[in-house]
Design a protein around this ligand. Structure first.
Ligand code: DNO
Length: 359
């Protein structure tokens, strides 16, 4: 596996590549071209520059998160074909820059949702949390304001103010769209894009819905094993794969993550792993916690064992961390707790490899 760290680039991340390089066992960064509006073509040049910058710090850059999918594609509008062409060109350019894995999601309007970006935990640390009771009676606009007002001035992935300006019109456009219809639009996108990704050696990795439940009545189609099966069947190619985000899928205790990893891993569809632990209090009431198994509802040992069992050799990144030790930064994406998480995962990986023999 390659241990990676999500980095928002020199302009927008207070964390430096030097700091990332100093995290024991860190192999690479996961990043994106944040300046490019959704739907436009990503050129190879800035990706190559980022790769060179990373390499100066002994880090590889092979994984993109995310080339976002334009809303017109999710909506199935006639304009989608032009955006799909752009997406394909972006993938080809990414391949030229040495990219191997491209994460994306197919969530309408909101990329991920939380009701609290700084929920205090018993030890004075803070974390991201979701409580469906708090969504009831709220408008999407309320949630947007809460997220943007509490992000300490940092841009939040998926909550770019430009995109959210047209919120009302977007909700109108999705009116009446059910899961089946959204799935058809995903299939249309994948049928066009996957053969091109395969031809240029890119593995696409769809991210699960976060949380994996409908929010504000919008359809969600990447929630559980059954949804993943349907997606895998849309195009029979290893390039049509998954990001297994344990925090997203795991917030539904019905999702057996080690089983999901083994099942889709055997099909060679597991390409990217986001490891995060969550404490689930009741269905759709959860908060994120430190990575260690005993602290949350997910058993990281079983999860890492499943990755070992499928011979996983792609990127793993410690996902959202808490804010600890007085750090101020982008909610979920501070340095300290994610670094601790990476170290814990590396420890599990080493131990399992020692006990079970090298992969
Ligand atoms: C939030 C992230 C998401 C994720 C995208 C993948 O912190 O988990 O923004 O990157 O949904 O496309």
């Amino acid at each position: 596996m390659r241990m990676t760290f999500r980095w928002y680039g020199e302009k927008d991340d207070p964390i430096t590549l030097t700091q990332i390089d100093q995290i024991p066992g860190m192999d690479g960064i996961v990043s994106a071209l944040y300046d490019i509006p959704v739907g436009e073509v990503w050129p190879a040049e800035p990706l190559l520059q980022m790769k060179q910058e990373a390499e100066k710090h002994h880090l590889v850059f092979k994984d993109l998160e995310s080339i976002n999918v334009h809303e017109d594609i999710k909506l199935g509008l006639p304009t989608r074909d032009a955006y799909i062409e752009n997406y394909i060109t972006s993938l080809k350019n990414a391949a030229k820059a040495g990219i191997e894995v491209v994460c994306y999601n197919f969530m309408p309007i909101f990329d991920w949702s939380r009701t609290d970006l700084a929920k205090p935990l018993y030890d004075g640390s803070t974390c991201l949390a979701y409580d469906y009771h708090l969504v009831e009676g709220k408008t999407p606009q309320d949630m947007v304001h809460e997220i943007l007002d509490n992000s300490h001035g940092f841009s939040m992935p998926g909550w770019e103010p430009e995109r959210l300006q047209s919120l009302k019109a977007l909700f109108k456009a999705y009116e009446g769209m059910d899961e089946e219809h959204l799935r058809e639009n995903l299939a249309y996108f994948l049928k066009a894009v996957v053969p091109e990704a395969e031809a240029c050696g890119i593995k696409l990795a769809i991210h699960p819905d976060d949380p994996p439940i409908s929010v504000f009545g919008l359809p969600r189609i990447v929630k559980n094993e059954g949804d993943l099966e349907k997606i895998a069947a849309m195009v029979d190619s290893e390039s049509n794969g998954f990001t297994i985000c344990t925090g997203s899928l795991g917030s539904n205790r019905q999702n057996d993550i080690p089983h999901i990893i083994r099942k889709f891993g055997r099909m060679k569809r597991v390409h990217f792993i986001h490891l995060r632990n969550v404490q689930v209090h009741e269905p759709w009431v959860f908060n994120e916690v430190a990575h260690k198994s005993a602290i949350g509802s997910l058993d990281m040992v079983d999860i890492v064992q499943a990755l070992y069992d499928i011979g996983f050799d792609g990127p793993i990144r410690p996902d959202h961390g808490r804010m600890i030790w007085g750090e101020e930064g982008r909610p979920g994406y501070g340095l300290y707790d994610r670094a601790l998480g990476a170290n814990y995962i590396c420890g599990l990986w080493d131990a399992i490899n020692r006990l079970c023999g090298p992969q």
